[in-house]
Design a protein around this ligand. Structure first.
Ligand code: 5AD
Ligand code: SF4
Length: 452
């Protein structure tokens, strides 16, 4: 393929953005774009942005300031660096972004990046006139994207099955930036999964902002749920492992819980955000469930799949959160025990109901609560990792490790695992004995019969 031009993509935010960035590169490959390691070496820079918290959005503007100088230096040398802003800040701020950063050439939302080659052609034809596309088009962008560049697939792959969110949690911008919930048809998902497996994927993570809200036309003409889709995917020869993220507790249905019992390929690890342990706060957040409901779902999951480990998201300092509410969150964390978690200070997002609520929690108080919650969660993660030392664990070998002779693998519970072994094992599942636990990874030793 002709790689006469260079593309540099910078990504912030969630796994959906990481995946979208790869697909944007795929969309531009036919136009002759190969990868550049830095903006300085690139003809086109795409910043794939996140709007979920204020800090993430602000990082974009400081990076744009830096890139503007690169762009000016390029122009002074007689060249051109095209700057594109994609993702959720592009979607949410569109025109306002161009007013603040008029040197940006292209603004493209998460639903229209399949049009990038056309947008680029327009930007190239009219220097100084920014091109903006933040529509929610009727067409399915996946149907308009070229298949990923062959050979780019990895042992672990992402597959987007659902996008958007209709839940409207009071604090969250996602329903505004990513639009209404929509599910891809099962046939298209199965076809993409088969292709990923043919290219070497052994583990597929199904992606969606509300992935367990997925429901679609099945290949048998019936309406399928996520549980039924997982069953069909698990039957694909060569596919060893399945995951899905991010889920909403309300849609953790009984059939999905049963899937964790019945489908061996479905890994015993679930990211299930709860946000708070206080019923008052959950109500103010418009989560549509209380703490007892969450506890009940976890109990059912553990009954169906005793080895399952859990991960969650938490927000501290949501408007109206009192010390007692925060204590309820700590109590829930202590009771459930999480293998891993993300926690954030509440960040008011323009246009969301919570941003205008009275009773905003002072910043210093949010800091204090976050530090306390994170200390508790870190301790639980360390204990979870430590408990694996000395145990035999089946890992999926994903590639070479950081040191020569070492391989990198992934545990059933999503932990990175490192051990010395021959590269021939890449792409296989193998048993190892865990020898040491670190905060975010595990060290292991391969079992004798494989080491030869
Ligand atoms: N402030 C802080 N955290 C937020 N999240 C979403 N919106 C906000 C906000 N306004 C967190 C939630 C969500 C995760 C992806 O980001 O915990 O689950
Ligand atoms: Fe945001 Fe709530 Fe939708 Fe998750 S479920 S994306 S937190 S609105």
């Amino acid at each position: 393929m002709d790689h006469s031009r260079k593309l540099h993509v910078q990504t912030w935010g969630c796994q959906m953005n990481v995946h979208d960035s790869a697909r944007m590169a795929d969309a531009l490959a036919p136009a002759g774009f190969g990868a550049a390691a830095t903006a300085e070496e690139a003809d086109l820079v795409i910043l794939n942005t996140c709007h979920i918290r204020e800090k993430a959005a602000e990082k974009l503007f400081s990076e744009l300031g830096r890139l503007r100088r690169v762009q000016q230096a390029r122009a002074a040398a007689g060249g051109r660096l095209i700057l594109a802003v994609a993702g959720c800040v592009a979607q949410a701020e569109g025109e306002a972004l161009l007013a603040r950063a008029p040197f940006v050439d292209i603004v493209v939302g998460p639903q229209t990046y399949h049009r990038l080659p056309a947008l680029l052609a327009r930007a190239e034809a009219s220097p100084g006139v920014p091109v903006l596309d933040t529509e929610f088009p009727a067409e399915d962008k996946f149907a308009h994207l070229p298949p990923p560049v062959a050979g780019a697939a990895r042992v672990t792959a992402f597959l987007t099955i659902q996008e958007g969110c209709d839940k409207f949690c009071a604090f969250c911008v996602v329903p505004y930036t990513r639009g209404a919930e929509s599910s891809r048809p099962a046939a298209a998902i199965l076809e993409e999964a088969r292709r990923l497996v043919a290219e070497g994927a052994r583990e597929i993570t199904l992606l969606g902002q509300n992935v367990n809200a997925w429901h679609g036309a099945g290949t048998d003409g019936r309406a399928w749920s996520l549980a039924r889709l997982l069953e069909a995917l698990a039957a694909l020869p060569g596919l060893a492992r399945l995951r899905y993220t991010t889920s909403h507790p309300r849609e953790l249905t009984d059939d999905l819980i049963a899937a964790h019992r019945d489908i061996p390929a479905l890994m015993p690890f679930l990211h299930l955000p709860v946000q708070s342990g206080s019923d008052r706060v959950l109500k103010a957040m418009n989560r549509g469930h209380d703490a007892a409901f969450y506890r009940g779902r976890i109990a059912a999951l553990r009954a169906a799949c005793p080895g399952i480990a859990l991960s969650s998201d938490f927000i501290v300092g949501h408007p109206g959160e009192t010390e007692a509410d925060f204590a309820a969150t700590l109590a829930l964390v202590r009771e459930i025990g999480f293998a891993q978690a993300f926690s954030f200070k509440y960040s008011p997002r323009p246009g969301t109901p919570a941003a205008d609520a009275p009773e905003q929690v002072p910043e210093a108080e949010k800091e204090r609560r976050l530090a306390e919650l994170q200390a508790l969660l870190r301790g639980q993660q360390a204990a979870f990792n430590q408990a694996l030392v000395g145990r035999r664990v089946p890992v999926l070998v994903t590639g070479p490790g950081r040191h020569p002779g070492q391989l990198a693998a992934r545990s059933p519970w999503l932990q990175p695992v490192h051990f010395p072994a021959p590269a021939a094992l890449i792409g296989t599942e193998t048993w190892v004995e865990i020898t040491a636990a670190h905060p975010n990874s595990l060290a292991a030793r391969i079992e004798e019969r494989h080491a030869a």
